[in-house]
Design a protein around this ligand. Structure first.
Ligand SMILES: [Zn+2]
Length: 503
């Protein structure tokens, strides 16, 4: 108990007056953009109230009950005003792929699972042509082949050709990835590890957000190499993003034990397709390790089908048993047809993308209802018949799972696609501390959507289509979606860089 004294009262009165005196006057020209009367939802502070949001340049500078005025004003009555959605798993790294994601409310889409072989080249290629923010991990899969003496010279020559031409023709890209694939069944000689570490380090100083390790795609990798990679990541203090081996529990057990043993930060991608029916055990292992102090996180996409290359190692002998499916469960992306034994053989020879129907709706529902699992799309490079997750992941989750099936509260659902991915990355990329939130001082990456109307429209039968219900999307203070329509030609996306970047 504090005794109330006249002097205390005077001090309070003084503080009150001082406070009033120092509130800066607000004029119309103070704000470039004002988003008025929306339901502002911030998963970090818990704010969930009707507010007016003032933006100056690229930053949120006011969140107020009072009316604000700016050069551009948007009425968000009946809409949710949320932090822009952050996708940790997006293979579609082109302006066209970005457009579908922007219409789905995404403001940052990162290639972390597979990573890229040359980060500097990737960033240069996307710079100025990105609708939303972009970034990548450095690809362990590519660099281990690049560290094999028998493939090194070929890959160096191909990259020199790309640098000289200033762009990569389809033929060069194809031969580059064919050469990378040639190393997938080969073991890397431990004597070559130092070469691999050096290449990975170069990727990190070029701005990579960690290391992409989809080792399910390169069965030649030894447990020794994998474990040493975890030691390297721990020593560098950067995360490994992994597509674990197999489907079930052993792949998850392997990487969780290495992360715990080395202290390497770890993110396990698409726990749904990597677990199948064993999802509960895997979630308990991951989240149990997390509760005991290990830095391990995971994500899922809200669909019952996966998608990948038919020529990949995932379709090596025994795939039917591993996946629990047969030919008819596989769909050819280009035509939408379901496969037979004969067409499977033909297409595997040719190479191309397939959609794999292999999960049960109840698994997806259970995984998404766990508040600790993030939502990420695993969206594919743009193609007309691509997996619908490339266009509809976030609207589908908010519309079908949060609103219609009530698997989690709206705030809990938003956290999975804003605050949680931002926090996953902020130790490796301090830029992410200003994203995934809507607060004074946060980046003006904002998604305004109708909680009643938001829904995906892309499906497995047709070409990709835009989601519905996303009304406005701002990226770095610029509109990329205006009144439910894409803003043609808007390219405000910026690079998200790792902390080791050297300019
Ligand atoms: Zn994957």
């Amino acid at each position: 108990m504090t005794r109330f004294s006249p002097s205390g009262r005077r001090i309070r009165a003084f503080l009150l007056l001082a406070g009033i005196a120092f509130i800066p006057p607000v004029f119309a020209q103070d704000f470039d953009i004002v988003i008025s009367n929306g339901r502002v939802m911030d998963p970090e502070s818990g704010l969930d109230a009707i507010r007016n949001v003032g933006i100056r340049g690229e930053t949120v500078v006011a969140i107020s009950k009072q009316a604000l005025h700016g050069s551009t004003e948007v009425d968000a009555t009946d809409f949710v005003v949320a932090p822009g959605f952050i996708d940790l798993h997006a293979h579609g790294q082109s302006a066209r792929a970005n457009e579908f994601q922007a219409m789905d409310g995404v403001t940052t889409a990162l290639e972390l699972e597979a990573g890229v072989p040359d980060v500097a080249m990737f960033l240069a290629m996307r710079d100025g042509d990105a609708v939303i923010n972009f970034g990548a991990s450095i690809s362990h899969g590519a660099l281990r082949t690049w560290s094999m003496p028998e493939h090194e010279a070929v890959l160096n020559a191909l990259v020199a050709q790309i640098r000289e031409a200033g762009e990569a023709s389809n033929e060069i890209v194809d031969s580059f990835f064919d050469t990378i694939a040639a190393g997938q069944y080969e073991e890397l000689d431990p004597e070559r590890y130092p070469v691999l570490w050096k290449r990975l380090e170069k990727g990190l100083t070029d701005g990579a957000l960690g290391i992409g390790m989809p080792h399910a795609y390169y069965p030649g990798v030894s447990t020794d190499e994998t474990f040493h990679l975890f030691q390297f990541a721990a020593q560098q203090d950067v995360p490994i993003y992994t597509h674990v081996k197999g489907m079930g529990v052993t792949g998850v057990q392997e990487v969780v034990s290495y992360a715990v043993a080395t202290g390497a930060p770890l993110h396990i991608v698409h726990i749904n397709s990597s677990s199948l029916g064993s999802y509960q055990t895997n979630l308990d292992v991951i989240l149990g390790a997390q509760e005991r102090g290990a830095d391990i996180t995971t994500e899922a996409y809200p669909y019952t089908a996966a998608s990948t290359g038919i020529q990949s190692a995932l379709f090596d002998e025994g795939w039917q048993e591993t996946m629990g499916i047969s030919y008819g469960d596989i769909q050819w992306q280009d035509t939408g047809e379901r496969l037979t034994e004969e067409t499977f053989r033909k297409y595997r020879e040719e190479g191309g993308i397939v959609i794999i129907h292999l999960m049960k709706p109840e698994w997806i529902r259970a995984i998404l209802s766990d508040p600790r699992v993030m939502v990420a799309s695993d969206g594919m490079p743009y193609a007309p018949g691509a997996h619908p997750r490339s266009a509809g992941t976030f609207s589908r989750f908010l519309g079908r799972y949060v609103r219609d099936q009530e698997v989690i509260s709206l705030m809990g659902g938003l956290a999975k696609m804003t605050l949680m991915p931002a926090k996953r990355l902020e130790a490796v990329s301090p830029q992410m501390r200003r994203k995934g939130r809507i607060q004074i001082g946060s980046d003006a990456d904002i998604t305004v959507f109708s909680a009643e109307k938001i829904i995906d429209t892309a499906d497995f039968e047709h070409d990709l289509t835009y989601s519905k219900g996303v009304q406005y999307v701002l990226v770095n203070g610029q509109f990329v979606v205006w009144d439910g329509e894409l803003v043609e030609g808007a390219r405000p996306g910026r690079a998200i860089l790792g902390k080791k970047v050297v300019f």
